[in-house]
Design a protein around this ligand. Structure first.
Ligand code: HDD
Length: 707
């Protein structure tokens, strides 16, 4: 006679069940429909609310028999898992985000009636997502790439999305060219590579045939596209928008975000090595900083101007490949964004957040910038594909935090349950005592600016670009000539590197011919770097004209940022002096930095004067992960470490990346082996904290051949 089977939950040996749960088998998590609160005492259920008795074993016909189709618990679990992925964003697929708040520091009702700017101290909640552009969702954080900088303000008058980048201009002038640009920069369509890189044939082929890209190319080849941290990038609305006040008066505006921590970038060699050492470098940095209460902040600045000013310029303010130098129109700071809370769930928030430049609130309106006009369509459209339903605005991360009522109904994944018969307007149901639903708000509702454009050519339908859009070189020249010497060398080197990856020689030649219109010296340096002859300059439809250099465009020119928010790697080993470590750590933390302790072994080490555990093991914590490094080692430990490639490389890289190196006399033997030469950035640990955040660019010609 067959034995009566035991209840399913008892079938697996207790030890196996405990190991598979990893928590003694006691987990019962309940994810209710209200958004996923976890209650440790709640029961595990199916999506239909049926309690699950066994989450380890599928239902089988006998212990060694086939799994039964009847097992709805298994089927539901696998079914849901199979559908976990949604299409990634066609651009900006890889991103990291955080919640925060915008606080108005200067009220500007004379410029705009937009709610966030009406009074000093007014707070508006927001959600900000940073991204790379070209790579897929699983690519690395530090390719040479533009960074997206998208902010969703949940104002009391609806959501306002400021969907910008960390570069104030764009590659193209008209949305018509966006799919071409993106196809050209992404993986080549036959071979499926390179991932997250612009250094390949199709990108440079496109760019070389589209001279309007030249200004943005200068930015893309500058250190702006290899930022040290998302906390140290600027943000820009890029397109020209309009501000409108309560009287209906309007001005043009450009939006700027200025990082409170200042701007900081990596070197290219460093960015490449970080990609290997920690592909999630920026994501981790942002998450950890916020988790530690070290909240990153940006000031919001405005450049405001009117049509009378715009008509006098040599460029068109509707052309997104042009910028307005801050020296011409200063950036006026009106508020501060602080990111103070990490998302609870990456998918629900960071992945499902849906930005759209068309989301504006009363007081903000669009300009006729033809790039912006195309964007107004694209984002809404792409969200439908990505999120699968016209009801994506109901997802908590996208839903406005103010009341929302209309007569839109139904559709996939409708989560609201509208009551009554009124699903059309106008209606007279209130006359028979039934709710009639919401009504228009002529006084307070959004009204588009009635004027079209003072300089529009009579409104004829034309596939054409305005005359001033034709100058593709003046602003590229302005950017290049506004850089410090070292930054110019970085641009020339980046161009040389990228073009050296371009197999098509005629494309390289065409790029060189364009560079001649930007700056002869730059073109010559890149040609020399490639060992190619300099071709004739490309014919230019207009310009270039010389503009007055704008120091605000340089990173280095803005001075060295403080130690606040920077991370110092501190190397020690068994026998190191604990008092010295504690003292240095204290000094760095006092100056606002954080210390990451690195040692050859991660467990508790015996030191002179106590014991200490490292935060990271040496081989897994290369110096590229830190803004500066210091070491406290005894001579005999240093002798030993000098035979370890990871230790030597630690110092060699920090030196090569122009970082501050703090050392005690014991370390000298490794410094010698790593080729670290004395200079103003190689200092005894006593003076380390004072200069730690600085990059010592004077060192660079000693460690690298720059173009
Ligand atoms: Fe775009 C995403 C920024 C031009 C079409 N864009 C996207 C994101 C940022 C930008 C930051 C990611 C938002 C997020 O984190 O979810 N895009 C820009 C800037 C542009 C620009 C600053 C130039 C001023 N974009 C642009 C054009 C088009 C698009 C001209 C199409 C005509 N962008 C899209 C898109 C994306 C997008 C396909 C992909 C995912 C998404 O929208 O939500 O609709």
């Amino acid at each position: 006679m067959a034995k009566t089977p035991k209840p399913q939950s008892q079938q697996a040996p207790a030890a196996a069940r405990d190991a598979s749960l990893g928590n003694g088998g006691e987990t019962h998590q309940h994810i209710p429909h209200d958004g996923g609160h976890r209650d440790a005492d709640a029961h595990l259920t199916t999506n239909q609310g049926i309690r699950v008795s066994d989450n380890q074993n599928s239902l089988k016909a006998g212990a060694r028999g086939p799994t039964l189709l009847e097992d709805f618990v298994l089927r539901e679990k696998i079914f849901h898992f199979d559908h976990e992925r949604i299409p990634e964003r066609i651009v900006h697929a890889r991103g990291s985000a955080a919640h925060g708040v915008f606080e108005c520091t200067k009220a500007i009702p004379e410029l705009t009636k937009a709610a966030p700017f009406q009074e000093i101290g007014k707070q508006t909640p927001l959600f900000t997502r940073f991204s790379t552009v070209a790579g897929g969702a699983g690519s690395v954080d530090t390719p040479r790439d533009v960074r997206g900088f998208a902010v969703k303000f949940y104002t009391e008058e609806g959501n306002w999305d400021l969907v910008g980048n960390n570069i104030p201009v764009f590659f193209i002038q008209d949305a018509m060219k966006f799919p071409d640009l993106v196809h050209a920069v992404k993986m080549e369509s036959d071979r499926g590579y390179p991932q997250a890189a612009s250094a390949h044939d199709t990108f440079w082929d496109f760019v070389s045939l589209m001279p309007e890209t030249m200004h943005m190319i200068m930015w893309a080849m500058s250190d702006r596209t290899i930022p040290r941290s998302l906390r140290t990038i600027e943000g820009f609305g890029v397109n020209t928008f309009r501000l409108i006040n309560a009287k209906g008066e309007h001005k043009f505006v450009k939006f700027h975000w200025k990082p409170v921590l200042g701007l900081q970038s990596t070197t290219w060699d460093e960015a490449v090595k970080i990609a290997g050492a920690d592909p999630d470098f920026h994501r981790r940095d942002l998450f950890e900083a916020i988790a530690a209460g070290d909240f990153p902040a940006w000031d919001l600045g405005l450049q405001v101007f009117d049509e009378a000013w715009a008509v006098k310029q040599d460029f068109d303010v509707l052309d997104a490949t042009k910028l307005i130098p801050e020296e011409l129109i200063p950036v006026e700071i009106v508020g501060r964004m602080t990111l103070n809370r990490n998302p609870d769930n990456f998918f629900a928030e960071t992945e499902q957040v849906a930005f759209c430049p068309a989301n504006v609130v009363p007081g903000i309106d669009f300009s006729n910038d033809p790039l912006l006009q195309g964007r107004l369509f694209s984002y809404l459209d792409t969200q439908l594909k990505r999120l699968g339903s016209t009801n994506f605005h109901q997802l908590p991360i996208n839903a406005p935090k103010c009341p929302m009522h209309n007569f839109q109904r139904d559709g996939h994944m409708q989560t609201q349950v509208p009551k009554g018969r009124a699903n059309y307007e106008p209606n007279s149901l209130s006359e028979i005592g039934e709710p009639g639903g919401p009504r228009e708000c002529p006084e307070t509702g959004f009204t588009s600016l009635t004027i079209n454009d003072e300089r529009n050519d009579g409104g004829d339908k034309l596939r054409i670009r305005p005359e001033l859009f034709a100058d593709h070189y003046s602003h590229a020249r302005l950017f290049y000539r506004s850089q410090t010497e070292i930054e110019q060398a970085h641009i020339a080197s980046a161009l040389t590197f990228e073009l050296s990856k371009v197999a098509l020689e005629h494309v390289r030649t065409r790029v060189l011919s364009r560079l001649r219109n930007i700056d002869e010296d730059l073109a010559q340096r890149v040609a020399d770097g490639l060992a190619m002859p300099l071709p004739k300059a490309a014919p230019a439809a207009k310009g270039p004209i010389d503009m007055k250099p704008s120091p605000a465009l340089s990173i280095v020119g803005q001075g060295q940022p403080p130690l606040t928010g920077r991370k110092v790697g501190l190397l020690f080993a068994e026998g190191s002096d604990k008092a010295m470590i504690d003292k240095l750590k204290g000094e760095i933390e006092k100056a606002g930095g954080t210390v990451f302790l690195v040692a050859p072994k991660i467990g508790e080490l015996k030191l002179k004067g106590g014991t200490l555990k490292a935060d990271g093991q040496l081989a897994g914590s290369p110096s590229v992960l830190f803004d500066a490094i210091a070491s406290i080692l005894m001579p005999d430990q240093a002798e030993q470490l000098a035979r370890d490639g990871a230790a030597v490389q630690w110092f060699m890289d920090a030196f090569g990346h122009c970082k501050t190196i703090g050392h005690c006399p014991g370390t000298q033997v490794i410094l010698d082996k790593a080729g670290v030469e004395p200079d103003e950035g190689v200092v005894p640990i006593e003076s380390f904290a004072k200069i730690a955040p600085a990059r010592h660019w004077d060192r660079e010609p000693k460690v690298r051949m720059l173009a």
